[in-house]
Design a protein around this ligand. Structure first.
Ligand code: PA5
Length: 426
């Protein structure tokens, strides 16, 4: 993975170096706020090997008895899984034995009701994932899905098809799992939700889908080797510094751009990571994403010509597994013969380069992340890059990057409206 910062004016970057390096030091020495949630930093080399084996065994069982694994969770207990799942799967003809389907990531009765119908004639298992064990969305979905799976297979068999990933000791889900005798996996105390894809949260569903979790862990390990280097040449530190430099220059919005639609959930994961880590105390860069070239025909107008308060971070994929060459057409009625002999990826690349030139001319600074290819290992490396960067960037911004107090506010108001005991005076 390479990072290209040459499309940003770096004249002032030197003045951000000291703060960036101090913030990095604070992160690595666990000397800042939120330091009890830094378990993800060393997790690539320091993880529970016994649980890792159990995860593989559970994934094997799921492959033996199921065609679908319903992954029930929201936020950090959802987005990293889906990001890697979608990026590594085929667009149309998946060759996977087990399909991942998601639930508990919203409260749509329409969705859940259709899912319950869909599952009726499928063999399936459930993985209910919640670090706190008390989140409303997955709890409601699990109540319905538990009833359905018990009705289909009987309580005894259903118990063997339900896997719970939660806190090692506390929370309603842990109590329920112990009472029912489900196999449980742990979300470590020192890893916050949005950093938890490296734990059983991500590993079990991804392994069940047939994704190589050894390669996934290897990617995190390589990421750790590269992005924990104490040097201003470390691209994760530099990215954090440049974000803060641009922000102080009036850039309040960061647009994560892809030219390969399989990466669209990587962007969703990234949005949670940066929004929950930085958006507090009246501060933060608002993270948004676009899928190009699709969105060049919609919000592209705004990026080119609207208020000059944004910058872009583009993810380029250098090598795709598959490609197509455009043929010569004897009539050339569509006027495309000038592209004959060119590949689709060549055309896509020129679209990206042309857009970058236009946007930079339009005063939209442009950072480029170049992935060699899209697979579990490269995605893990990308995840780790962004995780180090957000820690450094958050400390530079002067916030605690590892809490999310704002997420609680809507819950209080919602619980009051729903009549949850204890919320009457909210
Ligand atoms: O990053 C976070 O901590 C949150 O977004 C959580 O991941 C999300 O709220 C889900 O929480 P839980 O896993 O406790 O159900």
């Amino acid at each position: 993975m390479k990072i290209d910062f040459t499309k940003v004016n770096l004249d002032n970057l030197n003045s951000y170096e000291e703060k960036a390096m101090t913030s990095f030091e604070t992160l690595m020495t666990k000397g800042g706020e939120g330091n009890d949630f830094l378990g993800w930093i060393d997790r690539p080399i320091d993880y529970d090997k016994e649980e890792f084996v159990r995860i593989k065994e559970a994934a094997k069982r799921i492959n033996e008895n199921s065609d679908v694994l319903v992954s029930i969770g929201i936020g950090g207990s959802y987005l990293g899984i889906k990001a890697c799942d979608v990026a590594c799967d085929s667009y149309f003809a998946s060759d996977r034995k087990v399909k991942l389907i998601y639930a508990g990531n919203q409260i749509s009765g329409q969705y859940l009701s259709e899912l319950l119908d869909f599952l009726k004639d499928k063999d399936y298992s459930l993985n209910v994932i919640s670090k706190s064990g008390t989140t409303t969305e997955p709890a409601i979905a699990f109540r319905f899905l538990k009833e359905a799976i018990e009705e289909k297979y009987g309580k005894e068999e259903a118990r063997k098809r339900i896997y719970a990933t939660t806190d090692k000791a506390k929370g309603a889900l842990k109590e329920l799992a112990d009472a029912e005798g489900y196999e449980t996996f742990v979300v470590p105390d020192d890893i916050g939700g949005r950093f938890s894809v490296i734990s059983a949260v991500g590993l079990l569903p991804l392994a069940a889908a047939g994704i190589d979790i050894d390669a996934f862990m290897e990617g995190f390990k390589e990421g750790r080797d590269i992005y924990t280097e104490k040097s201003f040449d470390n691209p994760a530190i530099k990215y954090a510094a440049i974000r803060n430099m641009l922000h102080e220059d009036g850039k309040d919005i960061e647009v994560l751009v892809n030219y390969e639609a399989k990466l669209r959930y990587i962007a969703e994961w990234w949005k949670q990571l940066f929004a929950e880590s930085e958006g507090k105390d009246g501060k933060g860069i608002f993270p948004v994403s676009v899928n190009n070239t699709t969105d060049l025909h919609s919000v592209g107008q705004m990026i080119q010509d609207g208020k000059r308060n944004l910058f872009e971070t583009v993810i380029e994929v250098e090598n795709q597994e598959r490609d197509l060459v455009i043929n010569e057409d004897k009539d050339n009625l569509d006027g495309l013969n000038y592209l004959a002999g060119k590949t689709m990826s060549f055309v896509n690349k020129q679209a990206m380069e042309g857009t970058t030139i236009a946007h930079v001319k339009g005063n939209v600074p442009n950072i480029r992340i170049i992935m060699d290819k899209v697979d579990a290992k490269e995605i893990a490396k990308l995840f780790y890059f962004f995780e180090i960067a957000v820690g450094v960037s958050g400390y530079m911004l002067g916030v605690n990057p590892f809490n999310q107090p704002g997420v609680e506010e809507y819950k209080g108001q919602m619980f009051k409206l729903l009549g949850k005991p204890g919320y009457e005076n909210k």
